[in-house]
Write a protein that binds this ligand. Structure first.
Ligand code: AP5
Ligand code: MG
Ligand code: ZN
Length: 231
């Protein structure tokens, strides 16, 4: 499906367990809508490349599969949202992750007279998540995501988009993946209800090919834009 896009403001949250495709689809949606992706995990991995106290602290949580403490995550993401490129909207990937973060985002938006337009909840079963994450590769330069079987790069270990080197994330080891899925179920799944009550949650079947899932997401966004008097 071809989205007819006049770049109107859209604020979207991608919600879903590890491996559900948040990063994969956030990048495609953001490119189509001409807005940035703000991916908290990517921001933390960038900080973790340093060796200052903040890098060490974040690393400790990420490598265990635990959430980085709220006060750090909220401050970093809110500071990022203040930048000018977010004025015309954004796709948030990986934030909010619990009710406290969701409340902080709601408050941040309402102080500015803004709203979220859409929360996309990607639903995928546990076995499929583990299958996807075990063979994932990520570009160290631009963060693009591949899968050695389902979405391989054209050249081994090289990013199609920027030529960067592909690596396996340190938190994609099987025990850490299992922990991250548990953390999602415990901490993040209450957000499904939180956003459903606000009337902005759309649950999307995250299984099938990447193209299948992207079609479903685009159908939801197109529908939303048709009903939006600003567009
Ligand atoms: P983060 O980087 O957000 O990781 P995550 O939530 O665990 O999600 P993933 O990035 O693993 O999966 P994804 O849903 O993006 O799937 P992807 O598109 O890559 O967070 C990492 C850590 O940072 C957290 O554990 C935490 O410690 C910390 N953190 C981050 N945000 C935080 C916050 N707000 N507060 C506190 N701490 C925070 O797809 C997965 C694979 O599947 C890829 O290989 C892809 O090619 C493949 N694939 C995708 N779709 C399909 C399909 N339809 N069919 C086949 N393969 C597919
Ligand atoms: Mg991701
Ligand atoms: Zn790249």
């Amino acid at each position: 499906m071809q989205l007819i896009l006049c770049h109107a403001t859209m604020r979207i949250v991608m919600l879903g367990p590890p491996g559900s495709g948040k990063g994969t689809h956030a990048v495609i949606i953001a490119r189509d809508l001409g807005i940035p992706v703000i991916a908290s995990g990517e921001i933390f991995r960038e900080i973790m490349r340093g060796d200052d106290p903040l890098a060490k602290k974040i690393r400790k949580y990420v490598l265990r599969g635990d959430l980085v403490p709220d006060e750090i995550a909220i401050k970093i993401v809110m500071d990022r949202l203040e930048l000018q490129d977010c004025e015309r909207g954004f796709v948030l990937d990986g934030f909010p992750r619990n009710l406290r973060q969701a409340e902080a985002l709601t408050e941040w938006l309402s102080r500015r007279g803004l709203n979220l337009d859409l929360v996309i909840y990607l639903k995928v079963d546990r076995e499929e998540l583990i299958r996807r994450l075990s063979l994932r590769r990520t570009c160290e330069r631009c963060g693009a995501v591949y899968h050695l079987i389902f979405n391989p790069p054209k050249k081994d270990e090289i990013c199609d988009f920027c030529g960067g080197h592909l690596y396996q994330r340190e938190d994609d080891k099987e025990e850490v993946v299992k922990k991250r899925i548990e953390v999602f179920e415990r901490e993040s799944s209450p957000l499904i209800d939180y956003y459903a009550k606000k009337g902005i949650l759309r649950e999307i079947d995250g299984t099938g090919t990447i193209e299948d899932v992207q079609e479903r997401i685009k159908a939801v966004i197109s529908c939303l834009r048709r009903n939006d008097p600003r567009v």
